[in-house]
Design a protein around this ligand. Sequence first.
Ligand code: SIN
Length: 288
Amino acid sequence: MALKLRKLSYALGAEVCDVDVSRPMSETDFGEIYQAFLDHGILLFRNQDITREKHIEFSRRFGDLDRHDALPRDRHPDYPELLLVTNRPNPDGSPSDSRYTGRQWHTDMSFTTRPSLGSLLKCYEVPEVGGDTLFANMYLAYESLSEGMKKLIADLHGIHLSGTRKIASTTTGLPRAEEQRRINPPVAQPVVRVHPETGRKALYLGEKVKRFDGMTEEESKPLIDYLNRHSIRPEFVYRHQWRKHDILAWDNRCNLHHALGDFDETQRRHMERTTVLGTPSGYVVQEA
Ligand code: SIN
């Protein structure tokens, strides 16, 4: 298969044109897709009106799938390999627990010792305007730092916390955040992560990190704030405007992403995500 690619932005991302991911695909053909995934960091597949089973089956080509034990409240009731990101109310009419998922700069499952290789998010319903997702290229973020800064951060580890998302209601939000932190103790990850497949170095931080291992929050904050600000410079960012039946596959080892909450909450945004397990990384720390 000669893969037809269209770049999505200068920084990262490519659309894979004319591929139906639900159809049988040889190892060689998938190999081309996987190489494009490594080269571009994000792949967009438009018009994938496919079943959940096919979404899961295609995702398995990338690697073993997470069953989302770290995020049990957001798991699809019938498909543990699917994580819901939705503001559709629950069957009993209560607000969905996952309506604020992803509304901060982060990389998936960094708060575990097996952070994700990549995620494949399928769009089912999207508001008239807004609800885009931003992606930032962490290779570029690292490579554009000065040599002095690269030396300074070379051996640092950032402590990644679960349950840091926005809390809208203390009655439901607080117990959720506490449960998240109970299930997922803080995990220290290298600030500069070597991508296990490309061998390139990438910054690995985001807004789940409040301090460096061995340092206080007060000491860490100025540098974390600087690195996070630097990481999301406009020239490193791609902004995805969703269409129904888009599938976006992104590499969590070299990108951050942020789901924007800039839409009319009476309109529905419904996404379902598979999460591909990555190689072990980081270590559990006793106290955040
Ligand atoms: C996520 O962080 O996985 C969700 C992203 C999104 O809903 O756009």
